[in-house]
Design a binder for this molecule. Structure first.
Ligand code: ADP
Length: 445
């Protein structure tokens, strides 16, 4: 890690305040420095639907370590329908268990180098760099986002603090996990779970588009994460392909890609005070994914995220955005009209049910737009309901025969069906998708 502070000066121990030689850590804390009693701040995380969450940071390190070592367990193909159901149900508020996210304030970043070995750069963000790092003790790999607060400026730091604040308070299997935060007077280090397979956008660019089944699991995971956020009065406001990371992925026996996604980048996320009825006003987000009510500078609600899920689902299915124009003004005009087109050969093989979901996600009037919870319960995401509603999908002679195997999670299909070839051609589409808080802001949140 290119950090000019590292290892150059004697280090003041963040725990006992004694000064040690450069590149050495005070022995008071080496073994226990992550213990909750030693850190300056421990924030509370409301964790929902997890049975293993009431553990210290060290304990969680062990758990993640085990998980990484046996990474097959982490793969979505091994996710049983019961586990998927549990994931779907994770949106609820009940059963809170507290987990602490250590926020360690220190004079300089030297101690971090004692804990982690820094490796490749995973990516560069608007205000900092994200680097792969391995915990020397546990050998667990993490992604550490390092931001130079001075260089980033006060408004960027504000966004970062908002991101940290929200990430500390959430825990969901499809939301990026923040393990701990280190902060010096000039820098902030966010230790996050590592998403080895990078951005979903890049995976899509390589594939062209996902099959309907592949898209189903992506949207189910996304819906579960967003339902969880909305149920806890958090609105993401910048959902887009670039903000969905892929922790792991693999091709199953049916030649379908299973991706384990994580929602990231909570810089524009906001907590709604006043519950689900509260309205927001700041015009922000990324134009291509912005809901009509946001670009119209109307009061809007968490439903803006649902529109963005619609845009993501459309792109994931066909490889192109639903609305494209030569200027932002024209793009906004198309979004305001919200006329979805399903032209082109890709759409011929996509079910009416999926198209119906897209129309419900991208209803121009947010009051008529499906909610995240309703999306999770939608028949397209729940094969059982689909089976009851649409018992016919293919024809054999004069008899309509249901091919239910297409609707099962890949892992459950097993021998049920012959391997089918996933169409994965098509040219990758390049998107320019920059987040912005637009000048139309009526009122600061
Ligand atoms: P931005 O500032 O644009 O929101 P970030 O600083 O959060 O972006 O991330 C920059 C890049 O680092 C991302 O585009 C992504 O490729 C990579 N990255 C971010 N978080 C992770 C992670 N948890 N695991 C792997 N790569 C990551």
């Amino acid at each position: 890690m290119a950090d000019s502070d590292f290892g150059k000066k004697p280090t003041k121990c963040p725990y006992c305040s004694s000064t040690s030689q450069k590149n050495t850590l005070c022995t008071c804390s080496y073994k226990t420095r992550l213990s909750p009693v030693l850190v300056v701040e421990m924030s509370q995380t409301s964790s929902i639907g997890h049975s293993d969450v009431s553990v210290s940071s060290e304990r969680r390190n062990e758990q993640v370590f085990t998980k990484n070592k046996t990474s097959a367990k982490d793969l979505p193909s091994q996710t049983s329908s019961v586990e998927r159901k549990a994931s779907q149900q994770q949106w609820g508020r009940g059963n809170f268990t507290e987990v602490k996210v250590p926020h360690i304030r220190m004079d300089n970043g030297a101690a971090i180098q004692e804990i982690y070995t820094f490796g490749r750069i995973l990516g560069k963000g608007s205000f900092g760099v994200v680097i792969e790092a391995t915990n020397k003790e546990t050998e667990t790999k993490w992604a550490i986002k390092k931001v130079n607060k001075e260089k980033a400026g006060s408004s960027a730091v504000k966004l970062l603090e908002r991101e940290v604040d929200i990430l500390k308070s959430v825990r969901h299997e499809h939301i990026i996990h923040l393990e701990q935060v280190f902060e010096t007077p000039t820098k902030m280090y966010l230790v996050m779970e590592l998403c080895e397979d990078g951005e979903l956008k890049k995976v899509l660019e390589r594939k062209g588009h996902f099959s309907e089944n592949e898209a189903r699991w992506i949207i189910q995971s996304l819906a579960s994460a967003i339902a969880y956020l909305h149920n806890n009065d958090i609105v993401h406001r910048d959902l887009k392909l670039e903000n969905i990371m892929v922790k792991s992925s693999f091709i199953d026996a049916n030649n379908e890609m299973n991706v384990n996604i994580k929602v990231t980048d909570f810089g524009l996320a906001v907590r709604k005070h006043g519950g689900s009825e509260a309205m927001l006003q700041t015009t922000c987000g990324t134009p291509m994914y912005m809901a009509p009510e946001v670009i119209n500078a109307h009061d809007y609600s968490q439903q803006c995220d649902i529109w963005s899920i619609g845009v993501i689902m459309y792109i994931v299915l066909c490889g192109e955005p639903p609305f494209m124009a030569s200027s932002e003004e024209k793009l906004f005009e198309l979004i305001r009209k919200g006329e979805l087109r399903f032209d082109g050969p890709v759409w011929d093989s996509i079910s009416d049910c999926a198209k119906s979901v897209l129309k419900q996600l991208m209803k121009v009037d947010p009051a008529h737009r499906i909610t995240a919870k309703e999306l999770l319960d939608n028949q397209w995401l729940t094969p059982t309901a689909y089976e009851e509603t649409f018992p016919v999908t293919s024809k054999k002679g004069n008899t309509d025969v249901l091919d239910m195997s297409r609707l099962l999670p890949a892992a459950l299909k097993g021998e049920l069906e012959k391997p089918s070839v996933t169409s994965s051609h098509g040219k990758a589409t390049k998107y320019t998708a920059k987040s912005a808080v637009l000048p139309r802001t009526k009122k600061k949140l």
